[in-house]
Design a protein around this ligand. Structure first.
Ligand code: HEM
Length: 537
């Protein structure tokens, strides 16, 4: 026995000396977290007790606990929609102050629940606060696209991608957005028609909006190549599941490069995505060579390629690989997020019939009845719809946490922050902070946005759903336009309510979504008039 233990010890000792990787892993998993946690403890900043080696963020864990039946909350009309997580946060916030240390896997995270800190971190232009290394699995989804580049590289990418999201360009995409939404509506109508004698049908809208937004991004990003775009989407979707599993487990340095079953599958999918995108881009470049710069097209890819060709002396600003990564980013950043915005907006309108009625009146007034074409400009006049979307983003924002890592030892509004600390901005908590939003912070009240986003709370940048500052969401106008077009088409065709079997369990799987989907009961309005799904830009 003694000899066996001695032998084991000797083998371990040799391994430790021979394999520097083990040392790196040890430093990453034990030493660094310990040092950072101690540095905060010395300043009196502590956090909820949390074990080191649970491969999950505090938030995701609590969210998982929220996956229990919560329909009672709905019956009570409660909009405390993250029923398990918020009480935790509130308890910690009042016990430890709005700033406390939590754990993201083995990484100590400074949870910054104060807007002065949020402002300092998000408006940083010095490169002091950077995005933490996302690891190889998340990287395979987004590559070195806008979301993860830093410094000069980020500025160069943003210069090329930004023109594609200008409002005048986006308005030209309204037609494609409405066409895709129109197909969903036609399918719903067909379901209602198939009901023997009834005009009521229940649809699972969460899944359908995910399909819809994938369709929209395939059309608006890749125009005539949207079918190949859809293939990219399917591969990305599988990659997303692999990434999610990795996010929720302990990250051992280097493990993402081992030829495990999941890694091999991931590499194959990455190749599919890359090859398909290279094919689409190659075709587009060839077309532009024949037809001149106009040949790039007016979809997101075309607009990006056009801006890319405008470097000094006609040189390309981004490489082919970088363009591929930006295309992946369009898919990942722009599709689930918007799907959840639509889903939660349907949930809120389904539980607030009065608001649904007001929105329908506005849509019919500004856009006309279901038999008139949808006019792109009319969408800009939908003030109440916009207010409801902002309120949806406040209560059920798709992105619930923004994270940055301090690249140097620094001070953040009086707190000493050691290099390598992850600073997390807890959006769900900040969006329900009564000091910021008033005593009714937990209520659904779109009217708080009647004078615009900047005046809805005590602080002009209190709505963090699209972040703010230099790294704010580049696709926010795109998302809002898509959501408005879809809601307008739905509202003038159907009345709806949340189905009784709905289970209220918002869960954070990279983005906040209803764990058990959102079944909606639909009733067709004005069955006499045939729906008109054409658009005028
Ligand atoms: C409701 C829908 C959306 C929400 C809630 C949302 C939210 C966000 C947030 C919070 C960020 C900042 C992340 C951070 O700093 O870590 C972000 C960045 C970004 N979003 Fe969105 N987004 C949405 C839709 C879109 C769409 C439709 C696109 C593109 C088609 C898009 C593309 C991007 C990109 C490229 C970035 C990185 C910007 C940069 O770092 O320069 N997003 N988004």
């Amino acid at each position: 026995m003694g000899g066996g233990t001695g032998m084991l010890g000797a083998v371990l000792a040799v391994a430790m000396v021979m394999v520097p990787w083990l040392w790196a892993a040890l430093a990453h998993l034990v030493w660094r977290p310990y040092a950072v946690a101690r540095a905060f403890a010395r300043q009196g900043i502590r956090g909820p007790p949390y074990r080191f080696f649970v491969g999950n963020t505090v938030e995701a864990k609590a969210m998982r606990a929220a996956g229990v039946r919560e329909s009672e909350a709905l019956d009570r009309g409660s909009h405390d929609i993250i029923p398990r997580v918020l009480p935790h946060y509130r308890a910690w916030a009042s016990r430890y102050g709005k700033v406390f240390v939590s754990w993201s896997g083995t990484t100590p995270t400074l949870c910054a629940g104060r807007l002065d800190m949020v402002k300092r971190v998000l408006s940083d232009k010095t490169g002091l606060y950077v995005k933490p290394d996302p690891g190889p699995t998340i990287m395979s989804l987004l590559g070195m696209g806008l979301v993860f580049t830093e410094g000069d590289d980020w500025a160069r990418h943003r210069r090329v991608v930004h023109p594609a999201f200008a409002m005048d360009k986006l308005k030209l995409m309204t037609g494609a957005m409405a066409k895709c939404a129109g197909e969903v509506i036609r399918a719903w109508e067909a379901r209602v028609a198939a009901m023997a004698g009834g005009e009521v049908v229940t649809v699972e809208v969460g899944r359908q909006f995910t399909e819809l937004t994938a369709d929209v991004i395939s059309h608006t990003a890749f125009g005539s190549s949207y079918r190949e775009g859809k293939e990219v989407f399917l591969a990305q979707r599988e990659l997303q599941h692999i990434a999610l599993a990795a996010v929720n487990s302990v990250r051992v340095p280097g493990a993402g490069y081992l030829p495990t079953k999941a890694n091999v599958r991931r590499w194959r999918l990455e190749r599919t995505v890359r090859d398909t995108l290279m094919g689409i881009i190659g075709e587009r470049l060839a077309a532009a060579t024949e037809a001149g710069r106009r040949g790039y097209g007016t979809d997101l890819l075309g607009l990006m390629l056009e801006a890319n060709a405008g470097g000094e002396g006609g040189r390309s600003v981004m490489s082919m690989d970088e363009i591929v990564d930006e295309c992946k980013t369009f898919f990942f950043a722009g599709h689930d997020t918007t799907a959840h915005l639509l889903t939660w907006a349907m949930f809120l309108l389904g539980t607030h019939p009065e608001w649904q009625r007001r929105l329908r009146e506005e849509v019919l007034r500004e856009c006309g009845a279901a038999d008139t074409p949808l006019h792109g400009d009319a969408l800009n006049k939908l003030k109440l719809v916009t207010m409801v979307l902002y309120e949806t983003l406040r209560l059920y924002g798709a992105v619930n946490m923004i994270v940055r890592e301090a690249r140097e030892d620094t001070e953040l509004c009086g707190v000493k922050v050691p290099k390598g600390t992850v600073v997390a901005i807890p959006i769900a908590m900040l969006h329900r902070d009564e000091e910021v939003w008033g005593a009714d912070a937990g209520e659904f009240d779109p009217l708080r946005f009647r004078d615009g986003v900047g005046r809805a709370a005590a602080h002009p940048s209190a709505l963090l759903s699209f972040s703010f500052g230099p790294r704010s969401c580049i696709g926010q106008d795109f998302a809002m336009l898509e959501a408005k077009a879809t809601l307008a088409l739905i509202l003038r065709r159907f009345a709806f309510e949340v189905a009784p079997e709905y289970v209220h369990a918002p869960a954070d799987f990279l983005t906040l979504q209803p764990l058990k989907g959102l079944p909606i009961v639909l009733r067709l309005l004005d069955t006499e008039k045939p729906v008109n799904l054409t658009t005028i830009d």
